[in-house]
Write a protein that binds this ligand. Structure first.
Ligand code: SF4
Length: 230
């Protein structure tokens, strides 16, 4: 009884607000899934358990912020990137260690992935690179926390201008597709890509073929399908 009430609380408070800009965390994500988010396409509701996992991760971030303040590392936390036309985001912290500024991005991950981790995840590198770009800071730290064992690993990242330009180019191409209502192609390794397993849009993605397609026509097909199943 209580379990159901708590689960329902999480489900009722899920934020599916309209997306009008890209988030830095969209870097490296499937363009089709990001497009569907922009268009507020029908999606599978998020599991209450997953929402609790996210919440636990956020609490862990706050504990680290608290320690950083007490260490007096010149910390500012949760800093929005300067306003840009298409992209928004908020870095976890900017630190000053040994007279050098660093952007800090904290990630909490499960033990199994943590133990095997010898290098940072590609998508996390993309995100911190964009923070470095927008804050004009040359060095970053990706801090991973094993959320089961509370161990930590840190990886240093140097700003890579070429990589940032290519990430921004991809955002601009996707913006053009959003504006002309063109659903991007599926990921080349669909459905094996790990993103497909967790994708809230996998049901509607399955209804389309792998190529880019017109959103207005596809939207009608999705609406018909929804009417048949309701
Ligand atoms: S199922 Fe895979 S290819 Fe399709 S939208 Fe989701 S992540 Fe992209």
């Amino acid at each position: 009884m209580l379990k159901e009430l708590i689960d329902q609380f999480y489900l009722d408070n899920q934020k599916n607000k309209d997306q009008t800009r890209f988030y830095i965390t969209d870097a490296g994500k499937c363009p089709r899934a990001v497009f569907f988010k922009f268009k507020n396409a029908p999606r599978e509701p998020m599991d209450a358990r997953i929402m609790r996992i996210f919440e636990r991760g956020e609490n862990m971030h706050r504990s680290i912020f608290n320690i950083l303040y007490r260490l007096r590392l010149g910390v500012v936390t949760e800093i929005p990137i300067p306003t840009s036309e298409i992209i928004s985001g908020r870095a976890d912290a900017i630190l000053c260690i040994g007279n050098e500024n660093y952007v800090l991005d904290i990630k909490s991950i499960n033990s199994m992935i943590f133990k095997r981790m010898a290098a940072p995840k590609e998508e996390n590198v993309y995100q911190i690179q964009l923070y470095l770009h927008f804050f004009n800071i040359k060095k970053g730290i990706l801090l991973y926390i094993d959320k089961d064992q509370q161990d930590m690993k840190e990886f240093f990242v140097d700003y890579d201008e070429q990589l940032c330009n290519s990430l921004l180019d991809k955002f601009n191409s996707l913006k053009a597709q959003v504006e002309k209502n063109e659903v991007p192609a599926r990921l080349a390794d669909y459905p094996r890509n790990w993103q497909c397993s967790y994708c809230q849009f996998k049901d509607i993605c399955k209804m389309a073929n792998g190529e880019a397609l017109n959103w207005e026509e596809f939207k009608k097909k999705v609406a018909e399908q929804e009417t048949q199943t309701s």
